[in-house]
Ligand binder design. Structure first.
Ligand SMILES: [Zn+2]
Length: 168
């Protein structure tokens, strides 16, 4: 299966610290190593105890215990011999949706462009872009009601946030 490589991932120190609170340094270490392997592969990784325990510099028995703990904490999932994380499963389905995105019908594009100004800041000089008010990646449609004209700076700032998230 061809996958889009993601050479880096966003790391939010405070979220991470919060997420691993109460975990032992050993558990955090294994968790971090598994995350890196998963992101490196851009997908779930094979649960190969010998290889992964060597990678983490641990005895197999200890490694298995830590993995079981991480599963019980809900940090990682194990199914069909593969280790994954919830965030990644979400990312994969989002990427699939992005790839399957059809183009917006031309008459709708013209209609949105005829608006002539940015819906967010009111600026009436372009370049303009067509914005999905409820992001396509989050299930928003190509319907006229879900599309609006946005200047490039506003669209860049809004990214794939919903209107509510962006207004916060
Ligand atoms: Zn704007």
């Amino acid at each position: 299966m061809a996958r889009t490589a993601i050479p880096y991932f966003n790391f939010y120190p405070s979220d991470f610290m919060h997420g691993v609170r109460g975990m032992s340094a050993q558990e955090v270490g294994v968790y971090t190593m598994l995350l890196c392997r998963i992101y490196e592969q851009s997908g779930p990784i094979e649960y190969n105890v010998i290889r992964l325990s060597t990678y983490c510099g641990m005895r197999e028995k200890t490694f298995v215990q830590v993995v079981e703990k991480l599963i019980s904490l809900g940090k990682i999932t194990l199914g069909n011999g593969l280790i994954s994380i919830k965030i990644l499963d979400g990312w994969v389905s989002k990427t699939k949706r992005e790839k399957a995105r059809p183009s917006i019908p031309l008459n709708i594009v013209r209609n949105v462009r005829s608006q002539g100004h940015c819906s967010y800041c009111g600026k009436d000089s372009g370049p303009f872009e067509i914005d999905h008010i409820h992001p396509w990646s989050k299930g928003g449609s190509h319907n006229r009601e879900n599309l609006t004209l946005s200047c490039r700076p506003c669209n860049r700032k809004k990214r794939d946030l919903t209107l509510q998230e962006w207004m916060k």
